[in-house]
Design a protein around this ligand. Structure first.
Ligand SMILES: O=C(O)CCC(=O)C(=O)O
Ligand SMILES: [Fe+2]
Length: 344
């Protein structure tokens, strides 16, 4: 069973929500091309570059972006509103849906640093909400790269076929352990600072384990150009697609959406925004309609990263509307060039 690039693919310009749902039901995930405004993603890339560069811990992710310098909460929800996602999610959730504020992550993956990838796992962080779903109990993750992910030099997303798992492929004597908790090297690490993956030869060992997984299970690592996203169901096993030959780092954003749900003591603490045909409301307490707001200037203390000039980015945005994906990908890679992060 090979690793394939051939994920079900749809265009956000001509969205067929029923066909997307059908593909999710069969395979577990879909790629949606041209979903996002690329300027928005470039802003998020700047945000990620600023905050990861100032961080010394070597962590794979910024777990909670709320209140961080440069994060614009209203713009985030407004960009979702302007995309094709509400149509798709309303169809699959059979009505209003809620995007959580807390289970929203900016990540990085960099194969030059063995520990900088997200190991295999299933999501389901919002089970306490989706279990109480009124019209649907489904929970979806939307994964969006903030760089072009169409080359073999850049980590992208790895997904297993629906109902497949890495259990059974490896034996327990291949597990390593951090703070007494055993796990497989390609699995999501149980603790942030994983010593088990810092041993000599760990990168090669990881490569070999992933190759054995690709032989044993149906795996997907679709190309995802800047502007596209992967939508998958919470129980799909996924993680970073990486191998030690990769040279470019990747930033990405992921967030989750559940159907409108009943409030209980277990989920009342989870804040989110409810998308309804009347607008976007804070949830659980429906108090205000969210209006788009101008993007605030970055905080003075945080140095702005180098970015391509506005005219170049405007040209790119124009080209995006007219050129085929292969040409857009090449432009996107070129645009990302000044943003490279050193491997150390
Ligand atoms: O970005 C990655 O490599 C992993 C992403 C992930 O775990 C998620 O989107 O839930
Ligand atoms: Fe995940």
């Amino acid at each position: 069973m090979p690793l394939t690039l051939d994920s079900p693919r749809f265009s956000a310009r001509d969205v067929d929500a029923a066909a997307i749902e059908d593909a999710i039901d069969r395979v577990g995930h879909v790629v949606i091309d041209d979903l996002w405004d690329v300027f928005f993603l470039l802003k998020l890339h700047d945000f990620a570059a600023r905050h990861f560069q100032s961080e010394q811990t070597g962590s794979t992710h910024l777990p909670d972006v709320r209140g961080m310098a440069g994060w614009d909460e209203n713009e985030f929800f407004d960009r979702i509103r302007k995309s094709s996602l509400p149509g798709v999610l309303r169809h699959m959730q059979r009505g209003d849906f809620v995007v959580s504020e807390s289970e929203r992550v900016i990540r990085r993956a960099n194969a030059a640093v063995t520990t900088l990838f997200s190991g295999l796992h299933a999501d389901g962080q919002l089970r306490c909400c989706s279990d109480e779903g009124i019209r649907s109990k489904r929970e979806f993750t939307i994964w969006t790269p903030l760089v072009d992910c169409t080359g073999e030099d850049t980590p992208r997303l790895l997904l297993l076929h629906r109902d497949q798992h890495f259990y059974g492929v490896f034996s327990t004597d291949e597990q390593i352990s951090d703070e007494g908790i055993p796990y497989f090297p390609l699995q999501l690490r149980p603790v942030l600072h994983s010593k088990g993956l810092q041993a000599d030869g760990a990168a090669q060992q990881l490569d070999r384990m992933f190759e054995r997984l690709y032989d044993a299970r149906q795996c997907y690592a679709p190309h995802v150009p800047l502007g596209s996203a992967v939508l998958f169901e919470h129980n799909i096993v996924h993680g970073s697609y990486r191998h030690s030959g990769m040279t470019r780092p990747r930033y990405s954003m992921d967030f989750r959406a559940v159907g409108e749900y009943r409030l209980t003591d277990n989920n009342r603490h989870i804040q989110g925004r409810q998308f309804s045909p009347k607008g976007i409301f804070s949830f659980p307490s429906i108090t205000s309609v969210v209006e788009p707001s101008p993007v605030p200037e970055p905080a003075a203390a945080v140095p702005a990263p180098r970015r391509p000039p506005l005219a170049t980015r405007a040209l790119y945005q124009l080209a995006l509307l007219t050129l085929p994906v292969s040409v857009r990908s090449a432009m996107s890679r070129w645009l990302r060039r000044p943003q490279r992060v050193s491997a150390s």
